[in-house]
Ligand binder design. Sequence first.
Ligand SMILES: Nc1ncnc2c1ncn2[C@@H]1O[C@H](COP(=O)(O)OP(=O)(O)O)[C@@H](O)[C@H]1O
Ligand SMILES: N[C@@H](CCC(=O)OP(=O)(O)O)C(=O)O
Length: 369
Amino acid sequence: MNPATNIKRVVIKIGSSSLTSSHGEISRKKLERLVDEVAQLKDLGYEVLLVSSGAVAAGYRKLGCLNRPTSLPEKQAAASIGQGLLMEAYSELLLSHGYVASQILITREDFSDENRYNNARNTANVLLERGIVPIVNENDTVTVNRLKFGDNDTLSAKVAGLVDADMLLIMSDIDGLYDADPRKDPDATLLRKVEEITPVIEAAAGDSGSAVGTGGMKSKIDAVKIAMASGIPAFLGKAGVPDILLQAVEKQALGTYFESNGNLNHKKQWIAFNSGPEGEVILSENADISMLGKKRLLPSSISKVKGYFQEGSVVRILDFEGNRIGLGVVNYSSEQLREYDQSENKYTEEVVKHDDLVCHLEASIPVGI
Ligand SMILES: Nc1ncnc2c1ncn2[C@@H]1O[C@H](COP(=O)(O)OP(=O)(O)O)[C@@H](O)[C@H]1O
Ligand SMILES: N[C@@H](CCC(=O)OP(=O)(O)O)C(=O)O
């Protein structure tokens, strides 16, 4: 723990572009430099969880591909070879500093099941408390396109929330977030501190700059939003700059610092970012939306129900005009809600309890969730 900053537990995301050579293959030198810096943090008493990309990059040559594959089955086959090689290298390098690595492979489905999500937390906590360095990646080999996290940026933010990290470091091939895509605008300037992700910032974030990166700045901004809403400050900077990890946790690094602006608890993080809503409830015209974050949702506020869901499912909450305004766990099935007759007032229980409701006003939930 650093008493000056109150930071002890750090999640570090390292992108493919920061681990590969110009040919797109894993660079041993870059990996060594990263592990040296992780060990530096560990020596100082920080707990470190690494979210590492690079499985496809580490495996595609051995699969017989000359270039990084683009089809899903080939990428999955490459990851199947590369993930083992990547872990072998991490284990060996960390052991040379006296630290033990562990592997955690996650799919989106693991996180959408609340029990599995909570179980992943317990496992990661044990590892971190015992000084191990968990190395997390998406379980590429078994995921299908539709159900992929897709990029490790959002995965890292969800993992940071899962383990109650004190800080999320997203290390990339660029020294931070610029006010415009630097490839398109030579006058773009580096933003050093961001308190809120505004539409202007979202518009500035472009896609990936390299052949190996997947998410680009867009997915990093989505990730940062998740961290900020979960109460976790984030940093975005350039991997490979000497001492960057230590400087980042000490708030001295060149890069972009994002302040946290929410404090969603685990349950609300799960509802907001992992659950996968099963249906929709549309509020009546006169429902007081400004109060939604502070209140429960009553049957009388609902004008329409879309889709089929069970009691206990997560649903999207839309205003009368169809704008997404929140998510919540319902106490009634879609059929029960469709049958609700206000005049009889037969449902006494709220549709969504306050503790089970996340309002977009209290959490800037990334588009698409
Ligand atoms: N506003 C922006 N500020 C900084 N970088 C940007 C911006 N818009 C787009 N980019 C691009 O995003 C790239 C980083 O994303 P990506 O290639 O996915 O890296 P990684 O492999 O680290 O995930 C940068 O190299 C840059 O070209
Ligand atoms: N899971 C994939 C990487 C996916 C990914 O997010 O890559 P990147 O945008 O480089 O961080 C792999 O290990 O190759």
